[in-house]
Write a protein that binds this ligand. Structure first.
Ligand code: CUA
Length: 175
């Protein structure tokens, strides 16, 4: 069989493209510190969260210190705010420390996205979304709901204040 040079070049280019596509998909899946949000956060009753009777840390959401190098942030998303996160109640966490966000919804589907980071998850009522990150750069990061959740969806946002680790003072919330 005779294959023309011109055809060989096209064949080569097509194979290169396919290999290139597979490489970029592979990199996007396992490279660049990208992790999928799975179901490891577990399930919870949205109604119980709304009533503050879930018997979990979501009844009094906020930052919980596990140890010096690991903090867990419990956040409740509800029409149309993050608690904590929205209004004059930003989420304050230390830089250079492992931080696990556990986010759930008290009503409908919301989103939880921290601007300029790869923290981005849906917040599904009945489920706890769990994302673990480390912020290298102190600063104030925007927090947005990026899933349509009702008439005031566009107003649902907040902020995350990442303070240098040495300046972080954690106050145990007690009641
Ligand atoms: Cu909550 Cu959009």
């Amino acid at each position: 069989m005779q294959v023309h040079n011109f055809e060989k070049i096209w064949l080569g280019a097509a194979i290169l493209l396919i290999v290139g596509f597979i490489a970029t998909i592979s990199y996007g899946t396992v490279g660049a510190g990208i992790q999928m949000v799975d179901d490891s956060g577990g399930q919870i009753s949205a109604q119980a969260v709304q009533n503050g009777e879930s018997g979990t840390a979501f009844d009094d959401p906020g930052v919980v210190r596990q140890n010096d190098s690991h903090y867990v942030v419990y956040v409740v998303a509800q029409q149309f705010q993050f608690v904590p996160g929205s209004g004059d109640n930003p989420i304050r966490i230390p830089a250079d420390t492992r931080v696990t966000f556990r986010v759930t919804s008290a009503d409908v589907l919301h989103g939880f996205s921290i601007v300029e980071t790869n923290v981005n998850t849906m917040v599904i009522p009945g489920q706890v979304a769990e994302v673990t990150v480390r912020f290298d750069e102190p600063g104030t990061y925007g927090l947005v709901c990026h899933e349509y959740c009702g008439a005031a969806h566009h107003t649902m946002g907040g902020s995350v204040e990442v303070v240098p680790r040495s300046q972080y003072d954690y106050q145990e919330v007690s009641d």
